[in-house]
Design a protein around this ligand. Structure first.
Ligand SMILES: [Zn+2]
Length: 269
């Protein structure tokens, strides 16, 4: 599943090819995605793309009088292809911009192509999203305030997108290792110093993954590749039974909220 780093890599990859350019045409081959693609999307020709932003795992194409909202769902990817390239079976949506086509491929059709003329942050899908982990809004103080009074364990707390967006399973495990925090600890019991280390670790982990995916920017654009590259260098994720890269203690696996958690019982307290 595309995670925040892959979506950010996608955003950086498509931005220079879209911003300032006019949409020539739009093709919707399959409107039955996670939600039905609205008819308004078919009438976007002539609008200029002003900006390509990201909120959580949603890409927002600012078209002046509205925003195209794109989500990659479980299996989606966006790539730029030359105008006139023959579509494949799962290529459900094309945004033609001059000589290039922004093409959505989504075999499982859990992705989304939506249009809103309201501020996108107010859209029902985006309204309840938590803070952006890579923004200045997330720091130790904010994380400390967010975790107060929470009895949830810190790992599932981090993965709850209503609190902080985009910290998926891999990134939560890796960040907790870097911060030296046991994933079983109650979020509300973390100290201010724990939260400072953890917010810094989250940013570092996500930035590392974005950099790893950034190498695929040229041919574009990585819902595949980035994650695999990152996993090979993981500190704890998917390393149960192997030696901790820091202290050689055996990495343990457990299940929290139906998700696998990996941690070093010595490095993480
Ligand atoms: Zn260790």
């Amino acid at each position: 599943m595309p995670e925040l780093p892959e979506v950010e890599v996608t955003r950086r990859g498509i931005e220079p090819h879209l911003v300032g350019r006019a949409i020539s045409s739009v093709t919707v081959r399959e409107p039955r995605l996670r939600w039905r693609v609205p008819r308004a999307v078919g009438a976007l020709a002539g609008r200029q793309v002003r900006a390509v932003r990201r909120r959580g795992k949603y890409l927002l194409l600012d078209c002046g009088d509205g925003h195209l909202i794109l989500h990659l769902g479980m299996s989606g990817s966006l790539r730029l292809v030359a105008a006139g390239s023959a579509p494949g079976k799962h290529d459900h949506f094309d945004l033609v911009v001059g000589e290039q086509v922004l093409r959505l491929r989504d075999p499982r059709r859990f992705g989304a192509v939506l249009w809103t003329t309201q501020p996108p942050e107010a859209h029902p899908l985006l309204r309840h999203l938590g803070i952006e982990p890579l923004s200045r809004a997330l720091d130790g103080r904010r994380l400390h305030a967010l975790t107060r009074a929470s009895r949830v364990r810190i790992k599932p707390f981090l993965m709850d997108g209503r609190r902080v967006v985009g910290v998926g399973n891999i990134y939560a495990s890796e960040s907790l290792f870097l911060a030296g925090i046991d994933p079983r600890r109650a979020a509300g019991r973390l100290s201010a110093a724990d939260c400072a280390r953890l917010s810094a670790a989250i940013k570092r982990t996500l930035r590392t993954a974005i950099r790893a995916g950034g190498s695929s920017l040229r041919d574009f654009v990585g819902s595949d590749g980035a994650e695999g590259y990152f996993q090979r260098r993981a500190w704890v994720y998917d390393r149960a039974g192997q030696a901790c890269r820091r202290c050689a203690t055996t990495i343990r696996r457990m299940v929290q909220g139906q998700r696998a958690t990996y941690f070093c019982p010595r490095c993480q307290r």
